[in-house]
Design a protein. Structure first.
Lengths: 301, 294
């Protein structure tokens, strides 16, 4: 004859404090706002606080037997996969347009001509390979923690990737392009650096994928595997960013093009911000996190 | 929503508790028992707590700058430094104002007054770069990016347009923006000085949030006309421009860049202007509640 204690939950709009929904012990009233699909719902305990996660359990939240949650609409959402595919296909296509010297870019006498410098052909192959790799990784390798991001991000991200791709491609494929000063030596060194870092970056993505079983969102500390390219985990928390920086340094060296250097610099700044954030959350989540590791550059940053 | 619903359903647990205790919980939730404030958090209690925490500090907003400092603010040393900085800047722009007036009286015309205040203008406008540092270090609660943008646009006009293209220095548009800047800065820096000393005369606050109605458009007009006047000279001399071919595979056309800068005023100016209009409503809107001098 032990009595049963149930939870009751009330959901209010964070801004207007209107009652949106009331969840009673047995009768659950239907949520009357179908346009607010789950991905754009932010439920929190405090109107100005952090969002609760999908995995949070009512039992473990600091509420009494009566709980009040606040709802915030996150705005239109778009899936990460869609954003990645769009932002990576752009540079692939745009660069090729400049490479093949499609009309209205350069002077008409150069339309559909090809560059006489072999490094220009090599650069096109490397650039295209890089973005093809990214597209395939998005489709087959990455396991995303969040399903969606705000819709306005796709405009911001595509402007960044597509804009820089056009700017770089314009100069590399220009009829007045000047090849690297140190010629073949410089190009060979750059190509080795580029390929080494591409393989490294791919190895890290595979290692990270294997940390996480399919469909789960578990987070574990990544460790070096049998693959030598993952041994950098001993010194760095986010070696995928380290290798990405290396790849673009290689491409800068290969093309000796200032816009490429700018792109590498801006990317490096952004990746450093992400790496520091990731490193901090690793330290917060895992007591036994290896102390030797730096966020992105061994011992430096 | 479906996910949350399922979670809650699953969390329904059977808790062994005595019948009287269970009864008190149920009646608390239904509002029948008024004694349950201390033991069980009821819905009204939670809402009251939340709304009290969320209310903006309107009484604080009027005293200091409208950015609404909730934190402790700069220490004594930083405050002393900032007071000195703002006093020096006020004095500097007063020097420029006096210089303009004296030059006008001496020459008898508005033309070519730039040359008489060129040096103090460059010195004090460039000195404003320190304000970016103040935000970065944290002794001033503004955004580094916003302050940086504002200061660098002024510095750009002073050095990269007016100083670099000598032919525009005799244009009347230069006087237009220099006058707007001078009046604005004298009011702004004295506003900051008095705010830091916690003795802000209402007149200064009113002036800061009212004069912009005329000064902003006046300054923008002067700036745009000056850049426009600089265009043909920048193009003719290839000023600050780099052409292909070169070993860095890079090119830059300053003339086109100036045109892009002019076009960028179209989206930016209305945003900044209406931001000030909104600030004015917030800061001066409570005039019924406060006396004239604080």
């Amino acid at each position: 004859r032990s009595p049963v204690v149930f939870f009751e939950v009330e959901i209010l709009d964070a801004k207007t404090k209107d009652k949106l929904c009331f969840l009673d012990k047995v009768r659950v009233n239907l949520f009357p706002y179908p346009q607010w699909y789950p991905a754009r719902q932010s439920i929190r305990l405090d109107p100005k606080g952090k969002s609760l996660k999908d995995e949070d359990v009512l039992q473990h939240l600091p509420v009494g037997t009566t709980a009040t949650f606040y709802f915030r609409d996150l705005g239109s959402q778009i899936s990460w996969v869609t954003v990645f595919l769009t932002e990576y296909t752009g540079p692939l296509v745009i660069y090729l347009m400049f490479y093949f010297r499609v009309p209205f870019i350069y002077a008409p006498k150069y339309d559909f001509t090809t560059s006489k410098h072999w490094v220009v052909h090599l650069a096109c192959m490397c650039h295209s390979f890089h973005y093809m790799k990214r597209l395939l990784e998005t489709l087959f390798v990455h396991r995303f923690s969040h399903g969606t991001m705000p819709l306005r991000n796709i405009f911001k991200n595509c402007t960044y990737y597509w804009g820089f791709a056009a700017w770089m491609a314009y100069y590399i494929n220009h009829p007045l392009y000047t090849p690297p000063i140190y010629g073949e030596q410089q190009i060979r060194l750059a190509l080795i650096l580029f390929l080494f870092c591409q393989i490294g970056n791919f190895s890290i993505h595979i290692a990270l994928r294997n940390l996480r079983p399919p469909g789960s969102k578990t987070r574990k500390i990544p460790y070096p595997t049998k693959n030598p390219f993952t041994w950098i985990f001993l010194l760095v928390s986010c070696p995928n960013y380290t290798y990405e920086l290396g790849s673009w340094l290689g491409f800068t060296l290969m093309t000796q093009c200032l816009p490429v250097a700018f792109f590498t610099l801006v990317g490096f700044i952004q990746m450093t911000v992400w790496a520091k954030g990731k490193h901090r959350s690793y330290l917060k989540e895992f007591r036994d996190y290896p102390p030797l590791r730096s966020p992105i550059l061994p011992f430096i940053l | 929503m479906a996910a949350t619903r399922q979670k809650i359903k699953r969390r329904r647990r059977r808790i062994k508790t005595s019948l009287p205790a269970a009864a008190s919980i149920v009646s608390c939730v239904s509002g029948a028992d008024s004694r349950c404030q201390s033991e069980h958090r009821n819905i009204e209690g939670i809402i009251v707590d939340m709304s009290a925490a969320a209310a903006p500090g309107t009484s604080k907003g009027a005293h200091s700058d409208v950015t609404g400092r909730r934190k402790k603010g700069p220490g004594a040393l930083a405050t002393a430094y900032l007071v000195i900085y703002n006093v020096v800047m006020t004095a500097g722009w007063l020097v420029i104002a006096v210089g303009l007036v004296r030059a006008y009286l001496a020459r008898g015309s508005y033309h070519g007054l730039y040359y008489s205040i060129e040096k103090p203008l460059k010195f004090f406008q460039t000195g404003a770069v320190l304000e970016i540092l103040h935000c970065a270090v944290g002794i001033v609660p503004s955004s580094v990016v916003l302050t940086g943008f504002q200061v660098m646009s002024r510095v750009f006009l002073t050095w990269a347009v007016t100083h670099s293209v000598k032919e525009v220095q005799s244009e009347d548009s230069v006087l237009l923006f220099v006058t707007a800047w001078t009046v604005t800065e004298i009011i702004r820096y004295s506003f900051y000085t008095f705010s830091l000393l916690n003795h802000l005369p209402y007149l200064i606050k009113w002036a800061r949030y009212t004069f912009f109605f005329v000064l902003y458009p006046m300054g923008v007009t002067g700036e745009l006309l000056t850049i426009y006047a600089a265009l043909p000279h920048a193009q003719k001399t290839g000023l600050y421009s780099v052409t292909l071919p070169n070993k860095y595979n890079f090119s830059f056309d300053y003339h086109s860049f100036l045109i892009i800068v002019m076009v960028s005023y179209i989206p930016l100016f209305p945003q900044l202007y209406f931001h000030m209009v909104r600030q004015r409503k917030k800061v001066l809107g409570h005039t019924e509640d406060y006396s004239k001098v604080e």
